[in-house]
Design a protein around this ligand. Structure first.
Ligand SMILES: *[C@@H]1O[C@H](CO)[C@@H](O)[C@H](O)[C@H]1NC(C)=O
Ligand SMILES: *[C@@H]1O[C@H](CO)[C@@H](O)[C@H](O)[C@H]1NC(C)=O
Length: 206
């Protein structure tokens, strides 16, 4: 496993201590047609990408590159979420060159009355790393702040590597299905569910 440290401070951050107020969140309910609630850690494929300290370390602002690409989402009973994404996309200049993108975010989520999910990141905490596949050049770790909206989701039981397991199927804002995410941990494996950094760029001149 390789680790990438952030270069010079891309985004000035200052750690918030326990003084940070805990964000308000709401109770999660289980959908009528789902066998279990959304609480837990869910990961695509063989579970090589998982939320938590093994993917992103906010202490030294570093990603640990998983062995395979994949996606992971975690949800808590009291309304917090975290995501870990390791995605590949072909670059425009050379289709043979795949660009790797690592994304980590966390925050609060709301399960809306119509079955949709609204995922709101803690501002200033999310990080993204982009790596060019041709040159294996690692670019800087930069801030990433992208709310997500899921039209809906289902949880079902299916066979996974020879035994029964629950999977979470979410549908993006436009209905595009996300990959099946298998439940790998319950209770979820997550970093602390509170804002870890405070963005100070902008407020310095303000
Ligand atoms: C970040 O800290 C972790 C835990 O101490 C360590 O394992 C990892 O190697 C560090 N990464 C870098 C890039 O310094
Ligand atoms: C579902 O509820 C969310 C939150 O209230 C809202 O933003 C969204 O437009 C609703 N979707 C539909 C199809 O009504």
């Amino acid at each position: 496993m390789r680790s990438f440290a952030a270069s010079a401070a891309v985004l000035a951050t200052v750690a918030l201590s326990v003084l940070a107020p805990r964000a308000s969140a709401q109770q999660v309910t289980q959908q009528d047609d789902d066998p279990v609630s959304i609480v837990g850690t869910w990961s695509s494929g063989s579970g090589g990408v998982t939320t938590g300290l093994g993917f992103f370390n906010p202490g030294n602002n570093s990603f640990t590159l998983p062995k395979t690409s994949g996606q992971s989402y975690s949800f808590t009973q009291d309304g917090f979420w975290e995501q870990a994404l390791y995605l590949f996309s072909p670059t425009a200049t050379d289709p043979k060159c795949k660009q790797a993108q690592l994304i980590w975010q966390h925050g609060t989520f709301r399960q809306n009355g119509n079955g949709s999910l609204t995922l709101t990141p803690f501002e200033g905490d999310g990080r993204q790393l982009i790596q060019s596949g041709c040159t294996h050049t690692t670019e800087s770790i930069v801030a990433y702040d992208q709310p997500e909206y899921m039209q809906g989701f289902n949880i079902r039981l299916d066979m996974h590597y020879g035994s029964g397991a629950y999977y979470l199927q979410m549908f993006e804002f436009d209905g595009t299905p996300k990959p099946w995410l298998w439940q790998t941990y319950n209770p979820p494996q997550m970093l602390p569910t509170q804002q870890l950094h405070k963005k100070i760029i902008g407020s310095l001149n303000g």
